[in-house]
Design a protein around this ligand. Structure first.
Ligand SMILES: N[C@@H](CCC(=O)N[C@@H](CS)C(=O)NCC(=O)O)C(=O)O
Length: 236
């Protein structure tokens, strides 16, 4: 029996997106299982498939994987995207950590009170990290994060830049190496097929913010109308 690879997550990119890019580079077909309601999340929880009771969940090769950073690394090992030696692995891990910090600002952008505030936060974050990533590419050479071959660090970096570019299209104007790396990655066959496929969710907007709050039964950001609409009233 062939196990279909599945990602269970809100109907959007969020913390599942880096795993989707890693599946794409490995050309592993997958199905998005969108969790759209609290009931769907309860049903998923009741299956016992969530090792730490959190999404995303990646079902692959008969396993249920939790923690997006572990999923990314599993897929990196599977496809040979973890560098060629210890030093590459170390750089991959360091860059993946820095990219996680950098990408968090992009993940929070749709939750901001206005586009102006979102763009401002992204510009500030890029001002800190952009030149450092650019220096790293220059130091390593070949427009790669580490070593002589593409690694998951390059994929994660390109994925985070993709989000920054959606908000600020000219953000890579002064970082030519980052721009080259980005274009190289998005034009790799598996990635480009994924980005142009129906599996790819659109840029997160207020609908995504509402989906997340509804599923988790959490408050919406305070600037949104009726921000407590998904909070259960304990008196009822
Ligand atoms: N470090 C984890 C974070 C997982 C996480 O925070 N998941 C959230 C949704 S994005 C969740 O399931 N929250 C519900 C809960 O923790 O009960 C990862 O990257 O996979």
């Amino acid at each position: 029996m062939i196990n279909i690879t599945k990602i269970h997550y809100f109907p959007g990119r969020g913390r599942a997106e880096s795993t989707r890019w890693m599946l794409a580079i490995n050309q592993i077909e997958f199905e998005n299982i969108p969790i759209k309601t609290p009931e769907m999340l309860s049903t998923l929880r009741a299956t016992g498939k969530l090792p730490f009771d959190q999404m995303p969940l990646l079902e692959i090769n008969g396993m249920c994987l939790s923690q997006s950073s572990a999923m990314v690394r599993y897929l990196a090992r599977l496809g040979g995207y973890y560098g060629d030696n210890n030093q590459d692995e170390l750089w991959c891990d360091m860059i993946a950590g820095a990219v996680a910090d950098f990408a968090e600002t992009a993940m929070q952008a749709a939750f901001q009170a206005s586009k102006t505030l979102a763009v401002k936060s992204l510009q500030e974050r890029f001002k800190k990290f952009g030149p450092l990533f650019e220096n790293r590419l220059e130091d390593n050479g070949l427009c790669l994060c580490t070593g002589k071959n593409l690694t998951f660090a390059d994929i994660l970096l390109a994925e985070s830049l993709n989000s920054y570019l959606e908000w600020i299209p000219d953000i890579l104007n002064d970082t030519p190496l980052l721009n080259t790396l980005y274009n190289k990655v998005v034009n790799i066959k598996g990635i480009s097929l994924y980005l142009n496929s129906p599996q790819r969710y659109p840029m997160p907007d207020s609908n995504y913010v509402i989906d997340v709050a509804r599923v988790l039964q959490r408050a919406l950001p305070s600037h949104m109308l009726d921000s407590n609409r998904f909070i259960q009233d304990s008196n009822n």
